[in-house]
Design a protein around this ligand. Structure first.
Ligand code: FMN
Length: 193
């Protein structure tokens, strides 16, 4: 499969970046063609401007400023997100990616007032997330990033396909052992993706 990997950690030497490298390596080892999209390294502009908003529903005009990202998304047969959780959501650069690239005409179309997916070419969705919080704290907070992956994105891509959701919680108390164990989980899950 052609797998688009979205990454949004600003520090190259971080554990998050190590998870990203592991994801790329394991997917490649499994024979997938990987499109590595490191949003910080690519200087992705996440701000949906006044003009973007005014032409948001007008396709294909709405795609002009993010054409390359639209093409990469259209070519994808698999999608994996590797990101830390910030304020129980995605970092702004990743949130902005969805705002600016998953446009009407790209990810969905309104047909007689009903949303129709245009992402059925993506057969598999995965996410590798790190949280500072414990699973309990994340649960009490409603765990929005998990819901975004397992409900919102899944529904947009294909609601009947299973999702590979991997999370290292409680990074505030992580150890070398917990980090290594999670890297191992990511390795084997991505080799089976
Ligand atoms: C701006 C910012 C906001 C954060 N907000 C949350 C949060 O709401 N919930 C949570 O579980 N962790 C939160 N964290 C902790 C990060 O998820 C945690 O530091 C990260 O997953 C660990 O990866 P890293 O050390 O490679 O950055 C936040 C961290 C930062 C920098």
């Amino acid at each position: 499969m052609r797998v688009l990997v979205l990454h949004s950690h600003p520090v190259e030497s971080s554990y998050g970046a190590a998870l990203y490298q592991q994801t790329l390596e394991s997917l490649t080892k499994a024979g997938h063609e990987v499109d590595d999209c490191n949003l910080y390294a690519e200087n992705f502009d996440p701000v949906l401007s006044r003009r973007d908003r005014l032409i948001y529903h007008d396709y294909p005009e709405n795609m002009e400023l993010v054409e390359g990202y639209v093409e990469r998304l259209k070519r994808a047969e698999g999608l994996v997100i590797v990101t830390p959780v910030w304020n129980f959501g995605f970092p702004a650069i990743l949130k902005g990616y969805f705002d600016r690239v998953w446009l009407p005409g790209v990810s969905f179309e309104l047909v007689d007032g009903k949303v129709e997916s245009r992402l059925r070419h993506i057969r598999k969705l995965g996410a590798v997330l790190t949280y500072g919080a414990t699973p309990l704290r994340a649960f009490v907070a409603g765990n929005p990033p998990k819901k975004i992956v397992k409900r919102v994105l899944r529904a947009q891509i294909n609601p009947v396909r299973p999702v590979t959701f991997l999370a290292h919680y409680d990074m505030n108390n992580c150890t070398e052992e917990t980090r290594a164990a999670f890297l191992g989980r990511v390795k084997s899950a991505m080799e089976r993706f």
